[in-house]
Design a protein around this ligand. Structure first.
Ligand SMILES: [Zn+2]
Length: 259
């Protein structure tokens, strides 16, 4: 389960896909892909170029000339603000050094993968940040519920990453930051930052759905379909973008509950 899909994923779709070894085919049209790619470019710009964050962004850094992580004097991956010296492996200039997003994958007790956009260090307190780009502010304003769920998920699941793979500094996962960057010009709102305190309610909801999926991968017991899917006879809401709605519907109709 990708944590980036935490706010929208269906445990039943994932479980059926996993247990029947079915890969979802997903097509993105060109204009939408262009928006996604521009979003990725802004993402990169925050991590590597934005003056707003400067030395507050810390983490591991990679040289794109030799493709190696910059190391510290002990030979371990260097952790800190963007290096100001040349690559210690090949001598490439600091302009060739880029932020290396932290990737993790755990199988127990939850089967999840995630990528951390940012580690921010303010007064020696380290916290995670997530970057979202937007063209128009949603009517309900920021932060958006889906994004809050996602960042709360990163903070929560990081605690299950094996110690040896964690960052070399303690991370305060009680608070996380959501950064919204505008694709349009704005004097006042070029980057909006929201501190988020994941609540117990939020975490319970997240773990419930991830547990259903994790359990299914082990026991073959398929989670129940979403109520709106059943009510609309699998034609509305989540069912519209579901890769397995036909199978989901069929199995629901003939009462199949496990594989
Ligand atoms: Zn290098």
């Amino acid at each position: 389960m990708r944590i980036s899909e935490l706010g929208t994923f269906c445990p039943r779709e994932y479980a059926i896909g996993f247990l029947t070894d079915t890969t979802k085919e997903d097509f993105t049209n060109f204009p939408l892909q262009q928006q996604f790619d521009l979003g990725s470019a802004l993402h990169w710009w925050i991590q590597n170029k934005s003056k707003a964050f400067k030395d507050i962004i810390v983490g591991n850094w990679k040289c794109i000339a030799c493709n190696k992580l910059i190391s510290d004097s002990n030979g371990n991956p260097y952790f800190g603000p963007k290096p100001k010296e040349n690559c210690n492996h090949c001598g490439a200039k600091p302009t060739a050094i880029e932020y290396n997003e932290f990737y993790f994958r755990i199988d127990e007790p939850y089967r999840v993968t995630g990528k951390i956009d940012l580690v921010l260090n303010k007064d020696d307190v380290h916290r995670f940040g997530d970057i979202k780009s937007y063209a128009n502010k949603p009517e309900g304003g920021f932060p958006n519920g889906k994004d809050v769920t996602q960042i709360a998920g990163y903070a929560f699941f990081y605690n299950y990453v094996p110690e040896a793979q964690k960052f070399p500094v303690p991370i305060d996962t009680d608070y996380v930051y959501l950064h919204y960057i505008s694709k349009k010009f704005s004097y006042r709102e070029s980057i909006l930052t929201y501190p988020i305190k994941p609540s117990k309610l939020m975490i319970d909801e997240i773990t419930k759905r991830v547990s259903e999926f994790t359990e299914a991968t082990k026991t073959g017991k398929i989670p129940k379909p979403f109520e709106p899917c059943v009510k609309s006879n699998f034609s509305k809401g989540k069912a519209k973008s579901c890769g397995l709605s036909e199978t989901c519907k069929e199995w629901h109709n003939n009462g199949r509950t496990n594989i």
